[in-house]
Write a protein that binds this ligand. Sequence first.
Ligand SMILES: [Cu+2]
Length: 205
Amino acid sequence: MKTLPLVLNDEPRNMSRTNVALMMICLMVGTIGVASAQDAPSSQTQNETDTTECAVIISIDDSGLAYDQTDVSVAVGDTVCWIWENESMGHNVAETSGPNDNNRKLSGVYSGEANHTVDFRHTFTEDETFYYMCEPHVSMDMRGTITVGNGTPPAAPAPVEEPTNTVPGFGIVAVVMSAFAALILIRVETLRMIRPVASRVPREV
Ligand SMILES: [Cu+2]
């Protein structure tokens, strides 16, 4: 009979401990659940190609040797996406200096080595006419042009050289004035040299 109250007293303690433990487990599971729920959508978007930022998607046409759009216009701030998957041949995007240039522009826009699967994106930030080619197939005229905003502004006319002397004859005036100033200086110096001698003469006399 004496042991019963002890057992009864102990039971609630055990219960409360079990409850605390259960609550802890629930919290932990809940946290993991929330974390995995947050992770799930991002991992899905990583697997699927998210093209919401793409103003234009340029791919490879049915011939497999040309871009499916070769002359595209976009606004300043737009992102152009070059996307293709499992193409029979590898292609790339390499900026050139003009519509007939076969050389990749140094430090220009470049998607990297030609590949069968490419997802290359570039955001254009100013008015320009952007020329590009596919390096392995440029000989087959695999090229494209992107006109951004108003395109490349026409080349500014060669700056007209301004004459160094805006006032005609200013040089001559300057020479005359400096010569005149030199003459005055010489005269002043000469007077300084003469005066002490001249002032001494009357004193000595
Ligand atoms: Cu190509």
